[in-house]
Structure formats: C-alpha cells, structure tokens
Design a protein around this ligand. Sequence first.
Ligand SMILES: Nc1ncnc2c1ncn2[C@@H]1O[C@H](COP(=O)(O)OP(=O)(O)OP(=O)(O)O)[C@@H](O)[C@H]1O
Ligand SMILES: [Mg+2]
Length: 246
Amino acid sequence: MEEILSVQNLCKKYDELVVLDGIDLSIKKGEVVVIVGPSGCGKSTFLRCLNGLEDIQDGKVIHDGEVINPCSGKLNKVREKIGMVFQSYELFPHKTVLQNMLLAPLKVKKADKKQAEKEALGFLDRVGLLSKKDNYPRQLSGGQKQRVAIMRALMMQPDILLLDEITAALDPEMVREVLDVVISLAKEGRTMVIVTHEMSFARAVADRMLFFDEGRIVEEGSPEEFFEHPKTERLQKFLQSFSYAR
Ligand SMILES: Nc1ncnc2c1ncn2[C@@H]1O[C@H](COP(=O)(O)OP(=O)(O)OP(=O)(O)O)[C@@H](O)[C@H]1O
Ligand SMILES: [Mg+2]
C-alpha cells in the first residue's frame, strides 16, 4: 500500500515541557491507526501536529510527499486534505446544519453550490439526519451534532481524517451511533488516525494500535497482539485499568 503520511522524529515542546519525544510513524492509504494512552501523554498534541496546527521543534511531518510546515502559506491546502473532528463538535451555532456543511466547501474550495448541496444532503441522509438539515446545532442531541461534524469534515474530501476522542463528551447511549459512523468510514477504506478511550471500538476499527506514553510510542501492533498479548508492562497496566486484563 502507498504511504500517505510520514512522521519522522517528531519533537514538540511547550517551553521546557517535552510533549512529543521523537515520534516515527508511517501511515498507508486506507489504514486505520488507533492511538490510546494515559491522559496528558501527548495524543491530542500529536494529532494537531499532523495537520500543522502546532509548530514543532524537531523532525517533520510529510503528507503525500510534501512537508507540512506550520509557518507555510500552503497550510490551508493541508487542512483541506487532512480533516479533523474534536471532542466538542465546533459547529457554528448561528448556522443551520446544512449551512454548517456548506461553509468550508463554498468558502475555501469555491465549490459549486448546487453540487455541494447535493453532496451535503447525501451525507446527512447517510447518517439519518436529512430531516435535521434546517435545524440549528442547539436543536440537536450531542450524538447528532457529532455525526454532523464528521460529515462536515468529509465535505472537504479529505484524504485523511483525524478523530480526537469524538465520543468523550457524549452520553453513553449516543456513543454507539457515532462510532458506527466511524466504522462505516473504515469499511469504505478511509484513512484515519483515531484517538479514543473506547477500547472495544478501538479493537473493532483498528488496523494498527499504538500505545503512547510520555510522548513516545511505547508499543504498537495489530489489535489482536495489542489487546491479547501486550508486551510492555506499561501497556498491560493501562489495559488493566480498562478491565481488558487477560
Ligand atoms: N497549549 C499548551 N500549552 C502548554 N502545555 C500544553 C498545551 N497543550 C497541551 N499541553 C500539555 O501537553 C501535554 C500533552 O497534552 P495533550 O492534550 O496532548 O494530552 P492527551 O494525551 O491528549 O491527554 P487527554 O487524554 O487528557 O486528552 C500535557 O502535559 C498538557 O498539559
Ligand atoms: Mg487529548
């Protein structure tokens, strides 16, 4: 498979605090990589570095053969190609669902309005939210908002999606509906890097698991190896805290 993203010796500090300490990673087209690790170990920072939201102190991130440089004017192009969805949906409150979906494609990509609208309605239909197209975000449940946020990211036709704990703020009964959308994206071959605390979801969706601790990749492997035969004591302890002990 073709490599789409390459991370080489990525180092990130906030003043004296080392947050990412030499990360190397290669992601192939169509691959789903899931990152887990303790709070504060650098997972969110890592995702932000992948699409140029953070300046970095050493190393590089290469997307599709091009170095992502946070200071470069080309950054908008990168952000178009690498979509990101966060824990808080970040929908624009004063815009309807459909307007939220259309904003970036029309503004940034100068997409044709009719065509973009057709696409947006298709995406909303896919996640069962066509009837909500003229509603405002405050009129939706958390799970519905998050499904809109995922589909909105797809409107830019990204070639990688970064998902940062997208179900962390949801009530338990809404988690499933959002994760099912992500699983369907994985099935259609989307490349994704996912940070989650939902271990059974991670296991179901991942092609490859990464365990981050203190700014490093401490262990990686197939979901089966990772969950059934964790090699490092640190990962064993971490999984035990999720009652994934064997
Ligand atoms: N803007 C910032 N300025 C200074 N320190 C920061 C900043 N953002 C994050 N940090 C620090 O960097 C470290 C990594 O934070 P990060 O948010 O990446 O962790 P995380 O693995 O995503 O944790 P969680 O699971 O709680 O979301 C933490 O020690 C955090 O306090
Ligand atoms: Mg985080």
